[in-house]
Design a protein around this ligand. Structure first.
Ligand code: CO
Length: 133
């Protein structure tokens, strides 16, 4: 298991992309809208891991609500797993609150599911499995 990416909720995606291009001294290598989540994502490769910027595409987006409530900042940490179904079952058996009944299609061609921050010292954890391989 390794950190696939960290997700950062932002207010203004265009401005945030410029900021992270400057911080990381690289260019954004992928942008993608996840219609079901009303979120636009922008990815930056940083070694083996990525930074995922998350901007709302509408006022009723989960990201808009998050930014309104908590401001911009770290939204989730995503761990890549080989078998997301097996890992989710293992976590349920351990007593963790899995927020998705079934993994769903997320950005970056992945199956994703989330574990409630209350069980993870305040950090929303995403499990993801790449559909590329
Ligand atoms: Co993510």
């Amino acid at each position: 298991m390794h950190i696939d990416h960290i997700g950062i909720a932002v207010k203004d995606l265009e401005a945030a992309i410029k900021t992270y291009e400057a911080i990381l001294n690289t260019t954004c290598d992928k942008r993608e809208i996840v219609i079901s989540e009303k979120v636009e994502t922008a990815f930056f490769q940083t070694g083996e891991s990525k930074v995922e910027l998350l901007g709302a595409t509408g006022p009723d987006s989960v990201i808009a609500k998050y930014v309104d409530k908590k401001g911009e900042g770290l939204h989730h940490v995503a761990f890549e797993v080989d078998d997301i179904f097996k890992e989710l079952q293992r976590l349920r058996d351990e007593g963790f609150t899995v927020l998705n009944e079934q993994p769903k299609n997320g950005a970056d061609n992945k199956l994703v599911a989330f574990v409630h921050p209350k069980d993870n010292c305040g950090v929303l954890v995403e499990l993801c499995q790449s559909l590329n391989n």
